[in-house]
Design a protein around this ligand. Structure first.
Ligand code: ZN
Length: 200
């Protein structure tokens, strides 16, 4: 992607480090070690993602998944060195409604490409989504609405690649990374399809 991004969280139009990431060491402040997106959430991609996740056009999982794998292919070797892939868990009700979980389908394609297991140590609990909340509210809400599954797979010492469709502030990434690190994952990085332009 053209233009400058935050070296840690990938926020567009930031200088080397955005205000949320600040100075090193970042690990204590933000549990998600690194965050990147393949593109900005706008134009044709925005329409495609809407069709995919709200209209239930599952056939779009292939071309959208290819955007993620193409990005991984073109990135530095660091972005292919993981032990497992994890999808941002979706809500059960929405999964039933559409017949698939949008992030799960994307993560499945990424896992196949990297020849890694797709693990699901986390789950989405009941509660409101992240729409319309500030970054701080998103972080607090994400800690409430995501949790570890009852008998999670063993991820101790693993380098985890989290996959999501749209990233806004990175608050979900940080909350999920904190839960994965509580399960003793050694590192957590997130790749999203698209990034919204910053709210706050
Ligand atoms: Zn940042």
């Amino acid at each position: 992607m053209a233009g400058e991004i935050c070296a840690r969280c990938g926020r567009p139009e930031a200088s080397r480090r955005c205000p949320d990431c600040g100075e090193a060491p970042w690990a204590s402040a933000r549990p998600c070690d690194s965050l990147r997106q393949t593109a900005i959430f706008e134009g044709a991609l925005r329409r495609a993602i809407h069709r995919y996740k709200y209209d239930g056009m599952k056939c779009l999982a292939d071309p959208l998944g290819e955007m993620l794998t193409a990005w991984l292919e073109g990135s530095s070797a660091k972005w292919r060195e993981f032990d497992a892939v994890v999808a941002v868990p979706g809500s059960r009700a929405r999964g039933w409604e559409l017949g698939f979980h949008h992030s799960h389908e994307l993560a499945l394609r990424v896992a196949r490409f990297l020849e890694l297991p797709l693990l699901q140590p986390l789950r989405r609990l009941r509660g409101p989504g992240q729409m319309g909340l500030s970054r701080q509210q998103r972080l607090e809400n994400a800690h409430r609405i995501y949790g570890a599954r009852r008998n999670p797979p063993d991820i101790r010492g693993m380098r985890i690649l989290l996959v999501d469709d749209v990233v806004t502030t990175g608050a979900t990434a940080d909350a999920l990374a904190a839960k994965l690190k509580a399960l003793e994952a050694s590192s957590v990085r997130m790749l999203a399809l698209a990034r919204t332009v910053e709210l706050s």
